[in-house]
Ligand binder design. Structure first.
Ligand code: AMP
Length: 256
């Protein structure tokens, strides 16, 4: 199974990606985690991404595309993967499609986490406060100002993917404001729904959706109406032909 989880920061994608990964025995691939690891290790990619991430902006497409291209080739991703935080732009989505197509693969679905942004911001603020109070480390980009920038990047650059994937018939919207368990259940149902539809025996194809008996009656009526119209038309044309004939031809020959 190859899935994309799509939604603004703080919508709960990470939690659900972990659960999905565990359930299907496939890895969760988070570009955010990979970039944070690169920053921590001080690799060239990390050095490039550090300030951009701290500002809440998007790391350039070629950088993240190269990371994902390399990651999905790894043996543990052979059976599938859950993409969390990638793609984030249409260019990334197109690159992903190409990378998969090169290996004869495609996505199975895109889960869209629908959330109320106002409530989301309050939730994240509360969570950051609690973590700080407990003395837990807080992400550099988990602060109200950077969060605003991350949300704006989502709206401007990532949200167009909703239409992009809807047009491809891959989008599965779910209500992300429910409890973790309810969201998990909604995702499970969303993933099962198309399977059911596919396994249902296909109904015999008919030209019209009406029942056989009524259909033949209706078509008989239509046929009768058609032939009535046709004979009316014929009579009209014949009348017109007589009218437009030269007068001489119409008058009966005078007998001498
Ligand atoms: P995340 O952990 O998914 O919220 O990502 C944290 C930060 O990493 C984002 O705010 C971006 O700066 C960067 N990032 C992660 N994934 C991508 C991506 N697919 N494209 C661009 N930047 C990304």
């Amino acid at each position: 199974m190859r899935l994309v989880l799509l939604g603004p920061p703080g919508a709960g994608k990470g939690t659900q990606a972990e659960k999905l990964g565990d359930r299907h025995g496939i890895p969760r691939l988070s570009t955010g985690d990979m970039l944070r690891a690169a920053v921590a290790e001080g690799t060239p990619i990390g050095l490039k991404a550090k300030d951009i991430m701290a500002r809440g902006e998007l790391v350039p497409d070629p950088v993240v595309i190269a990371i994902i291209a390399d990651r999905i080739k790894q043996p543990d991703a052979e059976k599938g993967f859950i993409l969390d935080g990638f793609p984030r732009t249409v260019a990334q989505a197109e690159a992903l499609e190409r990378l998969l197509a090169q290996r004869g693969l495609k996505l199975d679905g895109v889960i869209e986490f629908q959330v109320n942004e106002g409530i989301l911001v309050n939730r994240i603020d509360a969570r950051i406060g609690q973590m700080r109070a407990r003395g837990e480390p807080v992400r550099a980009d988990d602060n109200p100002d950077v969060l605003k920038q991350r949300l704006s990047a989502y709206r401007g650059q990532t949200a167009p993917l909703i239409d992009y994937y809807r047009a491809k018939g891959l989008l599965k919207p779910i209500d992300g404001m429910r409890t973790i368990e309810e969201v998990t259940e909604a995702i499970r149902r969303a993933l099962e729904a198309p399977e059911k539809a596919r396994t249902q025996p296909a109904a015999p194809r008919r030209k019209s959706g009406k029942a056989r008996g009524t259909r033949s009656k209706a078509s008989k009526a239509r046929k009768a109406a058609r032939s009535k119209r046709k004979s009316k038309r014929r009579a009209k044309t014949a009348k017109k032909a007589i009218k437009t004939r030269p007068k001489q031809a119409r008058k009966p020959a005078r007998r001498g």
